[in-house]
Design a protein around this ligand. Sequence first.
Ligand code: B1M
Length: 217
Amino acid sequence: MSFEKEELLNKLKESAINGDSDQVVKLSKKVIEVGIDPLEAVEKALIAGVLELGEKWINGEAFIVDMIAAAEAMKAGLSILKEEIVKRGGSIKYRGKIVIGTVEGDIHDIGKSIVASLLEAAGYEVIDLGVDVPAQKFIEAIKQYNPDIIGMSALMTTTMLKQREIIEAIKQANLRDKVKIIVGGAPTTEDWAKEIGADGWAPDAASAVELVKKLLK
Ligand code: B1M
């Protein structure tokens, strides 16, 4: 990687860690201007920054307010880079429709937002229900949008159990055969997905796109 590129990505990462949204937006625009791959900037600067600060927070060297500010800054950068990612994807005709959300009781949305952005870039219509999404809202979204896929993100061992509950609720509403369901989020695994009767699982955003392509082939 050239020195300038490495220096710019490090500055972007530091700005995300410092929760400096203005600087993150400025540097994200610079990344696009100098032709750095926006996906690389998301992975090597924005995600890397959140995880680096996450380690400090878990070890008590950073506080939750730092984490929240970093997450907001990271998402400010993602919104700039996402446009470029979609542009480079170049596709306008939708290849399918996905409703995605972080499950009830869980407000982690960084990973879910990255998955949503990459799916949009790959030419899918994505309806993002946000965070803390109860089963009823997923059910209403199936009726309202008639999506091909429901995607559920959970970041905690406690809230991933909601993924099972929401699949059961979709079954109770006689809608299970209308959609494919995929799950993800750090504590989830392929075995967990199978155990709860999901149609697929992905460990990261890029694999989530491949999984959707496979399910909608
Ligand atoms: Co939270 N938090 N947090 N946190 N937080 C974790 C998750 C934790 C592991 C940290 C720790 O203590 N070790 C821990 C959970 C432990 C457990 O499992 N029980 C934890 C805890 C306990 C908490 C609180 C309870 C802390 C507190 O208040 N005491 C609280 C809970 C709030 C709540 O949800 N009710 C809390 C709060 C927060 C913040 C709000 C401050 C912040 C989130 C900000 C935001 O999202 N807007 C936060 C953060 C940032 C973290 C860590 C540091 C980073 C999570 C993250 O964004 N990772 C996290 C520790 C860690 O993971 N290192 C931690 C980066 C992101 C890109 O990865 O989300 O896994 P991830 O997404 C990946 C893949 O999972 C996959 O692709 C993504 C991109 O590659 N993927 C999918 C994700 N969703 C998918 C969906 C798919 C497919 C793939 O299909 C639908």
